[in-house]
Design a protein around this ligand. Structure first.
Ligand code: ASP
Length: 331
């Protein structure tokens, strides 16, 4: 009896000690988290000028700043990803909005999508030619249309009727992308010519997830070609029950692998971490011959910025003070 009593006392003491330890070292889950990307591919330091390197990093920081502002003030993840993507669409260095790559015929045809992990509502647009910020058109589709995806000139009409900012098609065209198109049409492949699809994923203070992606697609693409960026489940996915993903890379392969949904399925059904699910899914893309990268934020707040390429423009910010941008895979 005495022995049992001693065991009980020892047990209670150790239980108390464990509780104290747990209380003294709380898990520092950030109250909010934001990841962004600005495209993945073959990136070599030798091909990047110091000026361009600095411009890309400044652009990524400005997008992190815009999204973080929303999240820090208690805003929704879906508003934060939209805010971050708008900054990158407006930056001519990235392949989205102004500065997008051009079709074979020399025009910008823009694709974008957004998804809210709270209820899996989603909005997507393809082949946009006059909406200054295609991600706003995707958001309009999500919030107001009762549909998920629109393509072609009707998107421009719908956006105009909704009061979104409309610009002439030339607004999107930059000398750098015209030069890239000329090179592609002449059969010259320059890796840097194709970069810059943009995207963001976020978790807000309420624990909600969201994702957004915007792109001009592939340099010198045939008119009418649509990639993975506006395909819910391929380039973009968000569900509070699993994860949020935005992808960049060879769109055809990302569609065939259903990359974004597949990553979230692996998180939800196989219990993988964001990183494990991202890597397993990028392996599938690679096995088919595709390259690219993803940003992933899972329901537990764990993150992945993964690629099977030499680099990916990317950034990470959270409520605990993280604030980093990177370009090359080894950074
Ligand atoms: N995924 C985009 C597309 O195929 C391009 C890219 O991310 O570079 O349209």
């Amino acid at each position: 009896m005495g022995f049992n009593m001693r065991a009980l006392v020892v047990g209670l003491i150790s239980l108390f000690a464990t509780a104290c330890t747990t209380m003294e070292t709380p898990v520092a889950e950030p109250e909010w988290t934001l990841l962004i990307h600005g495209g993945a591919g073959v990136m070599r330091r030798a091909e990047m000028t110091p000026e361009l390197d600095a411009e890309y990093r400044a652009g990524l920081n400005a997008a992190l700043e815009a999204g973080s502002r929303v999240l820090a003030s208690g805003g929704a993840a879906v508003d934060a990803v939209q805010a971050a993507v708008i900054v990158l669409e407006d930056n001519p260095n990235f392949n989205a909005g102004r500065g997008a790559v051009l079709t074979r015929e020399g025009v910008a045809e823009l694709d974008a999508s957004i998804m809210d992990g709270r209820d899996r509502r989603a909005g997507a647009v393809a082949q946009v030619r006059t909406v200054k910020n295609p991600i706003r058109a995707a958001r309009h589709v999500m919030d107001k249309s009762g549909r998920v995806m629109f393509a072609g000139p009707d998107v421009d009409e719908m956006a105009k009727a909704a009061g979104l900012e409309i610009v002439p098609p030339e607004y999107f065209i930059t000398p750098r992308r015209q030069e890239a198109l000329r090179r592609a049409m002449a059969g010259t492949f320059v890796p840097m010519d194709r970069f810059g699809t943009v995207g963001a994923v976020a978790m807000d203070r309420a624990g909600n997830l969201a994702a957004a992606t915007s792109t001009g697609g592939m340099n010198a693409k045939p008119p009418g070609r649509v990639g993975d960026a506006p395909i819910i489940g391929a380039g973009t996915y968000a569900d509070n029950a699993s994860c949020a993903v935005s992808a960049t890379g060879d769109g055809e392969y990302f569609i065939r692998v259903s990359v974004a949904r597949m990553i979230c399925a692996r998180v939800a059904m196989q219990g993988m971490s964001a990183e494990e699910a991202a890597n397993a899914t990028l392996e599938e893309v690679k096995a088919l011959g595709g390259t690219g990268g993803v940003i992933v934020l899972d329901r537990d707040g764990s993150i992945a910025l993964s690629m099977n390429t030499e680099g990916m423009f990317r950034g990470h910010a959270d409520a605990n003070g993280a604030r980093e941008v990177a370009i090359y895979a080894d950074e």
